[in-house]
Design a protein around this ligand. Structure first.
Ligand code: COA
Length: 447
């Protein structure tokens, strides 16, 4: 095992090119108060794929931009791992399609790159980074880097409560030695259990117990934090400059952040300094039954989130990670990586020097598993983040009406036969152009 520094060298995203305004367009048709979306869920808009986009085109477009920007050729890549929960084939991995797309625009090929597909709901993107990290640390990479692509079309059945949180997009990450963006720590914590909160038993749209999935997220995350602390020591309140969480919708992160802060300040000077204002945290030994203890904890948490200390911490450490998510919705496997990117972008905009600071990355996938690890921001981070074109991509999206949304949902529903014109004109990107004779999907690059 080598002790080389390994982490994320570069990152890029590609958003679905359509935008649905949740407050203005979706809420009125659903008979909802727009504030349910903007304030409750914390979402303003969802991204959707145009008719010629899917998980392959979005993933390949993000990877293409990343490779071109870093001056990479296929021979520099030793593995391509795709994380998705929107795959359309039970055997052939999406990574082979993405490699095929990239071979259309780069010289050479990926014949000597190991390709795979990772599935564990939204945590699979982080697991793919892990696989790449282990491969490099084991010294099996022969000087090559790994390309990790997290790509999803997070669509729910019409009228499912999850419809409010939909989204579509991809994140491509280059995992390499001596990374420019973040170094990944060896210490990890897991919280994992057999849960039935969200699943797709051979069906396109998920069966979801939404309220339960929120509870499972929090329970498994708590376990992962405790497991992480068992190897890395107790997390201190100001240890992490940013806490990127898996973000199915920002309201979920608001709940998780309150529990994280409460946990971090326990038995610290911060808890002590807040004692006059809101009391100390209840301790289980002071209660006869669990219910009374949990009620007291809930009341303490309600008081805690109203304090200036909490508001200041949340504004610095959590809120910056939600900037992109608010405007794109849930990208499943990509969402925690969008949160990291978002937090780093805000720091760059505000001139905050993060070099050497720690990020606490908190991933989650239904079914269910949470994973927590630390990352150290590297000296090259500002140059990397400055090259992203996130705002350009978000602003270039075509705003769809509700009637158009209904068509777009049908276009991407495997059970519907549709003939819908594209809403945007593709340029310098990969497009889906139909099916081949064995039911394979076919792609081309449009100049
Ligand atoms: N003004 C302000 N807030 C409002 C509001 C209004 N007019 N109307 C509702 N809200 C708040 C609610 O209080 C709730 O916040 P809270 O949970 O902090 O109390 C939030 O908005 C959502 O409202 P709710 O009525 O719970 O929404 P819902 O029943 O439609 O379902 C989910 C919400 C998350 C269960 C649903 O979107 C879902 O199933 N999502 C998919 C699964 C998922 O993402 N799970 C997360 C873990 S991975």
């Amino acid at each position: 095992m080598s002790d080389t520094s390994v982490g994320i060298d570069a990152i890029e995203m590609h958003t679905g090119k359509l935008r649905l305004d949740l407050a203005e367009t979706f809420a009125p048709k659903m008979g909802d108060d727009p504030a349910k979306y903007t304030k409750g869920l914390g979402l303003y808009a969802s991204s959707f794929p145009d008719t010629y986009e899917d998980i392959v085109t979005m993933g390949a477009n993000a990877a293409h931009r990343l490779m071109a920007r870093k001056g990479l050729e296929p021979e520099d890549i030793g593995r391509i791992d795709v994380a998705t929960e929107s795959a359309f084939d039970q055997s052939k991995p999406v990574s082979t399609y993405i490699a095929g797309c990239l071979e259309q625009v780069f010289d050479g090929d990926f014949h000597h790159a190991n390709k795979g597909e990772r599935k564990f709901a939204c945590v699979a993107g982080t697991q793919s980074i892990d696989d790449a990290y282990n491969w490099i640390r084991a010294g099996r990479n022969r000087g090559r880097a790994a390309l990790v692509v997290a790509t999803d079309t997070a669509l729910y059945a019409r009228d499912d409560p999850g419809e409010a949180t939909q989204g579509a997009g991809a994140v491509a990450m280059l995992i390499d030695e001596d990374p420019d963006l973040v170094e990944i720590s060896n210490a990890q914590g897991y919280g994992s259990a057999d849960e039935t909160d969200f699943l797709k038993p051979n069906q396109q749209f998920p069966s979801v117990d939404g309220k339960r999935s929120v509870q499972v997220y929090l329970a498994r995350m708590r376990e992962a934090v405790i497991d992480y602390e068992s190897v890395a020591g107790k997390i201190q309140p100001d240890e992490f400059a940013l806490l990127p969480f898996h973000t199915p919708f920002p309201g979920m992160v608001r709940k998780a952040a309150a529990l994280a802060y409460r946990h971090m300040i326990r038995d610290t000077e911060v808890e002590e300094s807040l004692a006059d204002e809101i009391g100390r945290q209840p301790r289980p030994e002071a209660f006869d039954d669990d219910g009374a203890y949990l009620d007291a904890m809930g009341e303490y948490t309600d008081r805690l989130v109203e304090t200036d200390a909490y508001a200041d911490w949340y504004e610095r450490v959590v809120d910056p990670t939600l900037d992109i998510s608010r405007h794109v919705g849930n990208w499943y496997t990509g969402s925690v990586h969008v949160a990291r990117m978002s937090g780093l972008r805000r720091a760059l905009d505000e001139g905050i020097d993060l070099t050497g600071r720690q990020l606490g990355v908190a991933s989650y996938g239904s079914g269910a598993q949470a994973e927590v690890h630390a990352e150290t921001v590297q000296p090259g981070w500002e140059e990397e983040i400055a090259q992203l074109n996130v705002d350009e991509q978000l602003e270039a999206r075509y705003d769809i009406s509700f009637a158009e949304y209904e068509l777009v949902h049908d276009v991407h529903n495997y059970d519907e036969e549709t003939d819908v014109e594209e809403f945007t004109t593709p340029s310098e990107e990969f497009v889906f152009e139909g099916w081949g004779r064995m039911g394979e999907r076919k792609y081309s690059y449009v100049d």
